[in-house]
Design a binder for this molecule. Structure first.
Ligand code: SAM
Length: 307
Protein backbone atom coordinates (compact mmCIF):
# COMPACT_ATOMS: atom_id res chain seq x y z
CA UNK A 1 0.00 0.00 0.00
CA UNK A 2 1.14 3.55 -0.75
CA UNK A 3 2.27 5.25 2.43
CA UNK A 4 0.35 8.40 1.59
CA UNK A 5 -2.92 8.83 -0.25
CA UNK A 6 -3.05 11.34 -3.08
CA UNK A 7 -2.94 14.84 -1.56
CA UNK A 8 -6.37 16.39 -1.13
CA UNK A 9 -6.92 19.20 -3.70
CA UNK A 10 -3.44 18.46 -5.01
CA UNK A 11 -3.87 20.41 -8.25
CA UNK A 12 -6.53 22.91 -7.24
CA UNK A 13 -4.78 24.09 -4.07
CA UNK A 14 -1.45 24.59 -5.82
CA UNK A 15 -3.16 26.30 -8.76
CA UNK A 16 -4.50 28.85 -6.26
CA UNK A 17 -0.94 29.61 -5.14
CA UNK A 18 -0.24 31.15 -8.58
CA UNK A 19 3.27 29.70 -8.60
CA UNK A 20 5.69 31.98 -10.38
CA UNK A 21 9.29 31.57 -11.47
CA UNK A 22 11.79 32.38 -8.71
CA UNK A 23 8.96 32.53 -6.19
CA UNK A 24 9.42 31.60 -2.53
CA UNK A 25 6.78 29.31 -1.04
CA UNK A 26 6.00 27.55 2.21
CA UNK A 27 4.48 24.10 2.53
CA UNK A 28 3.37 24.31 6.16
CA UNK A 29 2.29 20.66 6.30
CA UNK A 30 4.59 18.63 4.08
CA UNK A 31 3.25 15.11 4.85
CA UNK A 32 3.90 12.92 1.81
CA UNK A 33 4.93 15.97 -0.27
CA UNK A 34 1.97 15.83 -2.67
CA UNK A 35 1.55 19.60 -2.72
CA UNK A 36 5.29 20.34 -2.75
CA UNK A 37 5.75 17.94 -5.68
CA UNK A 38 2.94 19.67 -7.53
CA UNK A 39 4.64 23.06 -6.94
CA UNK A 40 7.87 21.73 -8.47
CA UNK A 41 5.89 20.29 -11.38
CA UNK A 42 4.72 23.80 -12.18
CA UNK A 43 8.16 25.34 -11.83
CA UNK A 44 11.54 24.02 -10.80
CA UNK A 45 12.75 27.60 -10.35
CA UNK A 46 11.19 28.11 -6.95
CA UNK A 47 12.32 27.80 -3.35
CA UNK A 48 10.27 25.96 -0.75
CA UNK A 49 10.40 25.92 3.02
CA UNK A 50 8.61 22.77 4.18
CA UNK A 51 7.42 22.07 7.72
CA UNK A 52 6.27 18.90 9.37
CA UNK A 53 6.27 18.05 13.06
CA UNK A 54 6.52 14.40 12.12
CA UNK A 55 10.07 13.21 11.53
CA UNK A 56 8.87 10.23 9.47
CA UNK A 57 7.07 12.59 7.07
CA UNK A 58 10.26 14.64 6.71
CA UNK A 59 12.33 11.52 6.06
CA UNK A 60 9.87 10.14 3.51
CA UNK A 61 9.54 13.44 1.64
CA UNK A 62 13.26 14.25 1.71
CA UNK A 63 13.74 11.03 -0.18
CA UNK A 64 10.88 11.72 -2.56
CA UNK A 65 12.12 15.24 -3.36
CA UNK A 66 15.81 14.30 -3.53
CA UNK A 67 16.24 15.87 -6.97
CA UNK A 68 15.06 19.24 -5.66
CA UNK A 69 17.28 19.14 -2.60
CA UNK A 70 18.93 22.48 -3.41
CA UNK A 71 15.55 24.16 -3.65
CA UNK A 72 13.82 22.92 -0.56
CA UNK A 73 14.55 23.39 3.13
CA UNK A 74 12.98 20.88 5.52
CA UNK A 75 11.97 21.95 9.00
CA UNK A 76 10.98 19.29 11.52
CA UNK A 77 8.97 21.72 13.66
CA UNK A 78 5.52 23.13 14.19
CA UNK A 79 4.62 25.62 11.42
CA UNK A 80 4.02 28.19 14.14
CA UNK A 81 7.84 28.62 14.04
CA UNK A 82 7.49 30.05 10.53
CA UNK A 83 9.09 33.44 11.13
CA UNK A 84 12.03 32.10 13.14
CA UNK A 85 12.71 29.36 10.56
CA UNK A 86 12.63 32.01 7.84
CA UNK A 87 15.00 34.26 9.76
CA UNK A 88 17.45 31.37 10.26
CA UNK A 89 17.52 30.96 6.48
CA UNK A 90 17.74 34.71 5.76
CA UNK A 91 14.25 34.82 4.18
CA UNK A 92 12.15 37.86 4.91
CA UNK A 93 9.08 37.45 2.70
CA UNK A 94 7.18 34.75 0.84
CA UNK A 95 4.99 34.54 -2.27
CA UNK A 96 2.56 31.99 -0.88
CA UNK A 97 1.86 29.38 1.75
CA UNK A 98 -0.26 26.25 1.88
CA UNK A 99 -1.68 24.59 5.00
CA UNK A 100 -3.16 21.10 4.60
CA UNK A 101 -4.21 20.58 8.19
CA UNK A 102 -4.56 17.66 10.56
CA UNK A 103 -3.15 14.16 10.31
CA UNK A 104 -1.99 12.34 7.20
CA UNK A 105 -3.29 9.00 5.92
CA UNK A 106 0.16 7.64 6.76
CA UNK A 107 -0.11 8.67 10.41
CA UNK A 108 -3.62 7.25 10.71
CA UNK A 109 -2.59 3.94 9.18
CA UNK A 110 0.60 3.59 11.24
CA UNK A 111 -0.56 1.12 13.84
CA UNK A 112 1.81 2.17 16.61
CA UNK A 113 1.06 5.91 16.55
CA UNK A 114 -2.29 5.57 18.31
CA UNK A 115 -4.17 8.05 16.08
CA UNK A 116 -6.86 5.60 15.03
CA UNK A 117 -9.42 3.70 17.07
CA UNK A 118 -9.43 1.07 14.32
CA UNK A 119 -6.07 -0.27 15.51
CA UNK A 120 -5.14 -1.25 19.02
CA UNK A 121 -2.06 0.71 20.08
CA UNK A 122 -0.64 2.63 23.01
CA UNK A 123 -2.42 5.96 23.45
CA UNK A 124 -0.03 8.41 21.82
CA UNK A 125 -1.27 10.67 18.93
CA UNK A 126 1.80 12.91 18.96
CA UNK A 127 2.70 14.31 15.55
CA UNK A 128 5.98 15.49 17.05
CA UNK A 129 7.23 12.10 18.23
CA UNK A 130 9.31 13.52 21.08
CA UNK A 131 6.67 16.06 22.16
CA UNK A 132 5.91 16.35 25.85
CA UNK A 133 2.27 15.40 26.14
CA UNK A 134 0.80 12.29 24.60
CA UNK A 135 -2.81 11.08 24.60
CA UNK A 136 -1.88 8.86 27.55
CA UNK A 137 -1.16 11.91 29.73
CA UNK A 138 -4.31 13.72 28.60
CA UNK A 139 -6.55 10.72 29.29
CA UNK A 140 -4.95 9.63 32.57
CA UNK A 141 -3.70 12.80 34.24
CA UNK A 142 -5.87 15.74 33.16
CA UNK A 143 -8.45 16.83 35.73
CA UNK A 144 -12.04 15.79 35.05
CA UNK A 145 -12.91 19.43 34.39
CA UNK A 146 -10.12 19.97 31.86
CA UNK A 147 -10.74 16.68 30.08
CA UNK A 148 -14.48 17.38 29.89
CA UNK A 149 -13.85 20.81 28.39
CA UNK A 150 -11.62 19.29 25.72
CA UNK A 151 -14.15 16.62 24.75
CA UNK A 152 -16.95 19.18 24.71
CA UNK A 153 -15.13 21.92 22.82
CA UNK A 154 -12.66 20.11 20.57
CA UNK A 155 -14.89 17.08 19.97
CA UNK A 156 -18.21 18.93 19.94
CA UNK A 157 -19.54 15.76 21.57
CA UNK A 158 -22.94 15.99 23.21
CA UNK A 159 -22.33 13.11 25.66
CA UNK A 160 -19.10 14.76 26.86
CA UNK A 161 -20.11 14.81 30.51
CA UNK A 162 -20.91 11.10 30.82
CA UNK A 163 -17.95 10.09 28.69
CA UNK A 164 -15.60 12.13 30.89
CA UNK A 165 -17.09 10.67 34.06
CA UNK A 166 -16.63 7.16 32.69
CA UNK A 167 -13.02 7.84 31.71
CA UNK A 168 -12.27 9.15 35.21
CA UNK A 169 -14.01 6.15 36.77
CA UNK A 170 -12.08 3.78 34.51
CA UNK A 171 -8.68 5.30 35.19
CA UNK A 172 -9.21 5.06 38.96
CA UNK A 173 -9.27 1.26 38.58
CA UNK A 174 -6.22 1.14 36.34
CA UNK A 175 -4.53 3.45 33.86
CA UNK A 176 -6.07 3.61 30.38
CA UNK A 177 -3.21 2.54 28.18
CA UNK A 178 -4.54 1.74 24.74
CA UNK A 179 -6.81 3.02 21.98
CA UNK A 180 -9.15 0.04 22.38
CA UNK A 181 -9.48 0.62 26.13
CA UNK A 182 -10.48 4.22 25.48
CA UNK A 183 -12.83 3.20 22.68
CA UNK A 184 -14.57 0.66 24.95
CA UNK A 185 -15.06 3.22 27.69
CA UNK A 186 -16.72 5.63 25.27
CA UNK A 187 -18.84 2.95 23.59
CA UNK A 188 -20.20 1.77 26.92
CA UNK A 189 -21.65 5.13 27.80
CA UNK A 190 -23.24 6.42 24.57
CA UNK A 191 -26.28 5.04 22.70
CA UNK A 192 -25.14 2.31 20.38
CA UNK A 193 -26.33 3.86 17.17
CA UNK A 194 -24.11 6.92 17.75
CA UNK A 195 -21.21 5.19 19.34
CA UNK A 196 -18.70 5.19 16.47
CA UNK A 197 -19.29 8.89 15.83
CA UNK A 198 -18.80 9.64 19.51
CA UNK A 199 -15.59 7.61 19.59
CA UNK A 200 -14.34 9.50 16.54
CA UNK A 201 -15.15 12.84 18.17
CA UNK A 202 -13.39 11.90 21.42
CA UNK A 203 -10.29 10.80 19.51
CA UNK A 204 -10.36 14.02 17.49
CA UNK A 205 -10.64 16.11 20.64
CA UNK A 206 -7.70 14.41 22.32
CA UNK A 207 -5.58 14.62 19.18
CA UNK A 208 -6.29 18.37 18.89
CA UNK A 209 -5.20 18.84 22.51
CA UNK A 210 -2.07 16.69 22.21
CA UNK A 211 -0.86 18.59 19.16
CA UNK A 212 -2.14 22.01 20.18
CA UNK A 213 -3.71 22.17 16.75
CA UNK A 214 -6.05 25.14 17.03
CA UNK A 215 -3.57 27.49 18.72
CA UNK A 216 -0.90 26.48 16.17
CA UNK A 217 -3.30 27.27 13.35
CA UNK A 218 -4.06 30.74 14.73
CA UNK A 219 -0.37 31.45 15.19
CA UNK A 220 0.50 29.97 11.80
CA UNK A 221 -2.03 32.16 9.99
CA UNK A 222 -0.85 35.30 11.81
CA UNK A 223 2.80 34.54 11.04
CA UNK A 224 2.02 33.74 7.41
CA UNK A 225 0.26 37.05 6.92
CA UNK A 226 3.09 38.95 8.55
CA UNK A 227 5.58 37.73 5.91
CA UNK A 228 3.35 37.45 2.84
CA UNK A 229 4.25 39.70 -0.10
CA UNK A 230 1.58 41.84 -1.78
CA UNK A 231 -0.36 39.54 -4.12
CA UNK A 232 0.88 36.48 -2.21
CA UNK A 233 -1.69 33.87 -1.21
CA UNK A 234 -2.65 31.81 1.82
CA UNK A 235 -4.27 28.51 0.86
CA UNK A 236 -5.83 26.42 3.63
CA UNK A 237 -7.38 22.96 3.51
CA UNK A 238 -9.25 22.12 6.70
CA UNK A 239 -11.07 18.97 7.78
CA UNK A 240 -13.46 19.93 10.55
CA UNK A 241 -15.62 22.85 11.55
CA UNK A 242 -13.33 24.09 14.35
CA UNK A 243 -10.41 24.55 11.96
CA UNK A 244 -12.59 25.95 9.21
CA UNK A 245 -14.15 28.50 11.57
CA UNK A 246 -10.72 29.79 12.58
CA UNK A 247 -9.68 30.21 8.95
CA UNK A 248 -12.98 31.79 7.92
CA UNK A 249 -12.96 34.28 10.80
CA UNK A 250 -9.31 35.14 10.29
CA UNK A 251 -9.88 35.88 6.59
CA UNK A 252 -13.04 37.84 7.39
CA UNK A 253 -11.34 40.00 10.03
CA UNK A 254 -8.31 40.69 7.86
CA UNK A 255 -10.67 41.65 5.03
CA UNK A 256 -12.25 44.46 7.07
CA UNK A 257 -11.23 48.06 6.55
CA UNK A 258 -12.77 49.29 9.76
CA UNK A 259 -13.86 47.78 13.06
CA UNK A 260 -15.46 50.86 14.61
CA UNK A 261 -18.99 50.43 15.99
CA UNK A 262 -21.51 51.33 13.23
CA UNK A 263 -22.82 54.33 15.16
CA UNK A 264 -19.44 56.12 15.12
CA UNK A 265 -19.68 59.11 12.77
CA UNK A 266 -16.18 58.53 11.45
CA UNK A 267 -13.54 55.85 11.58
CA UNK A 268 -11.07 56.05 14.46
CA UNK A 269 -9.77 52.49 14.50
CA UNK A 270 -6.70 52.49 12.24
CA UNK A 271 -7.61 48.99 11.11
CA UNK A 272 -5.77 47.96 7.96
CA UNK A 273 -7.42 45.65 5.43
CA UNK A 274 -4.76 43.06 4.71
CA UNK A 275 -6.54 40.31 2.79
CA UNK A 276 -8.83 39.92 -0.20
CA UNK A 277 -10.90 36.76 0.00
CA UNK A 278 -10.52 34.73 -3.19
CA UNK A 279 -12.93 31.90 -2.35
CA UNK A 280 -16.18 33.57 -1.28
CA UNK A 281 -17.41 30.09 -0.38
CA UNK A 282 -15.10 27.22 0.52
CA UNK A 283 -14.35 24.75 -2.25
CA UNK A 284 -15.24 21.12 -1.61
CA UNK A 285 -13.72 18.09 -3.36
CA UNK A 286 -15.19 16.14 -6.24
CA UNK A 287 -16.43 12.53 -5.97
CA UNK A 288 -13.30 11.39 -7.80
CA UNK A 289 -11.06 13.10 -5.26
CA UNK A 290 -12.95 11.47 -2.41
CA UNK A 291 -12.45 8.07 -4.03
CA UNK A 292 -8.69 8.72 -4.23
CA UNK A 293 -8.50 9.86 -0.60
CA UNK A 294 -11.45 9.17 1.75
CA UNK A 295 -10.17 11.88 4.09
CA UNK A 296 -11.18 14.42 1.41
CA UNK A 297 -14.83 13.85 2.36
CA UNK A 298 -14.79 16.61 4.94
CA UNK A 299 -12.24 18.90 3.26
CA UNK A 300 -12.79 22.60 2.72
CA UNK A 301 -10.44 24.82 0.75
CA UNK A 302 -10.21 28.54 1.43
CA UNK A 303 -7.90 31.06 -0.22
CA UNK A 304 -7.04 34.69 0.50
CA UNK A 305 -4.59 37.16 -1.04
CA UNK A 306 -2.45 39.85 0.60
CA UNK A 307 -3.57 43.25 -0.61
C1 SAM B 1 -2.95 16.25 5.86
S1 SAM B 1 -1.27 15.93 6.08
C2 SAM B 1 -0.52 16.79 4.75
C3 SAM B 1 -0.44 16.03 3.50
C4 SAM B 1 0.41 16.70 2.46
N1 SAM B 1 -0.14 17.96 2.01
C5 SAM B 1 0.67 15.80 1.28
O1 SAM B 1 0.65 16.31 0.16
O2 SAM B 1 0.92 14.62 1.48
C6 SAM B 1 -0.83 16.94 7.42
C7 SAM B 1 0.64 16.86 7.81
O3 SAM B 1 0.94 18.04 8.51
C8 SAM B 1 1.60 17.78 9.70
N2 SAM B 1 1.17 18.83 10.63
C9 SAM B 1 -0.07 19.03 11.14
N3 SAM B 1 -0.07 20.13 11.91
C10 SAM B 1 1.18 20.63 11.89
C11 SAM B 1 1.80 21.77 12.49
N4 SAM B 1 1.13 22.58 13.31
N5 SAM B 1 3.10 22.00 12.22
C12 SAM B 1 3.81 21.16 11.41
N6 SAM B 1 3.28 20.06 10.84
C13 SAM B 1 1.98 19.80 11.06
C14 SAM B 1 1.21 16.37 10.08
O4 SAM B 1 2.24 15.77 10.81
C15 SAM B 1 0.98 15.71 8.73
O5 SAM B 1 2.12 15.06 8.27
Amino acid sequence: MEKYHEAVFRKKAVEFLNIKKNGIYVDATLGGAGHSSEMFEISTDIKVLAFDMDKDAIKFSKNKLEKFKNKIIFVNKNFSYLTSAMALNYWDAIDGIIFDLGVSSFQINEKNRGFSFMNNAKLDMRMLQNGNTSAFEVVNYYSEERLGKIIKEFGEEKYWKNITKNIVKGRKKSQIETTFELKNIVEKIVPQKNSIKSVARVFQAIRIEVNNELESLKKGLESALSVLKKGGRIVVISYHSLEDRIVKNFFKYENLECICPPKFPKCVCDKEKRLDIITKRPRTPSKKEIEKNPKARSAKLRVAERC
